[in-house]
Design a protein around this ligand. Structure first.
Ligand code: RTP
Ligand code: MG
Length: 143
C-alpha cells in the first residue's frame, strides 16, 4: 500500500482540555509520522473557509464559532493508507457512536466538540494541507 498523507486539526476543545500531548502520543503510537505542525488561532472566516462544504448545514455557524474559539493544532501526517486509517483511529463524528479506544471515544464530549478533524479523501487531504501549510513548512525527508 502506498504511503500518503492526511491533514488533522486538534480542535480548540483538545487544546483547552490539555489533551494535545495525549492525542499526539496516540497518533504516533498508531504509526503516523508528523510532516508539519503548528499552533494557530483561526478567525471565524478562516474556519468557515475550511468547512465551506458544510455552509448550508444548520450547525455551520456553531462550527465556525467553535473552531475559532481558541488555539488549534493543525498537522500533516504520513503513513501507509493515511486517510482511511486515520478516520478509523479518530472514530465516528459523534463520540457517543465512536468505537472503543478511538480518539473521539476517549477524549471528546459531543458531536459538535469532537476534539479532532481528519481529511475524508486524498484529494481533500492535499487541499486542506495547502490551506494551513506552505510547502516549505513540510518536512521533506522524515529519516
Ligand atoms: P471533521 O470534518 O471535523 O473531521 O468531522 P467529520 O468528517 O467526522 O464530520 P463532518 O460531517 O465533516 O462534520 C464536520 C464537523 O462539524 C461538526 N458537526 N456538528 N451538531 C452537529 O450535528 C454537527 N454535525 C457535525 C463536528 O465538529 C464535525 O466534526
Ligand atoms: Mg469532515
Amino acid at each position: 500500500m502506498a504511503t500518503n498523507r492526511t491533514l488533522t486539526i486538534l480542535k480548540p476543545d483538545c487544546v483547552r482540555k490539555n489533551h494535545v500531548g495525549d492525542v499526539i502520543a496516540h497518533i504516533q503510537k498508531a504509526g503516523f509520522k508528523i510532516v508539519a505542525m503548528k499552533m494557530t488561532r483561526l478567525t471565524a472566516a478562516t474556519a468557515g473557509g475550511f468547512y465551506e462544504v458544510h455552509k448550508e448545514r444548520p450547525f455551520y455557524g456553531e462550527l465556525c464559532a467553535f473552531m475559532s474559539s481558541g488555539p488549534c493544532v493543525p498537522m500533516i501526517l504520513e503513513k501507509e493508507n493515511a486517510v482511511a486509517d486515520f478516520r478509523k483511529l479518530i472514530g465516528a463524528t459523534d463520540p457517543a457512536e465512536a468505537a472503543e479506544g478511538t480518539i473521539r471515544k476517549l477524549y471528546a464530549d459531543s458531536k459538535g466538540e469532537n476534539i479532532i478533524h481528519g481529511s475524508d479523501s486524498d484529494e481533500n487531504a492535499a487541499i486542506e494541507s495547502a490551506y494551513f501549510f506552505a510547502k516549505s513548512e513540510e518536512v521533506a525527508n522524515l529519516a
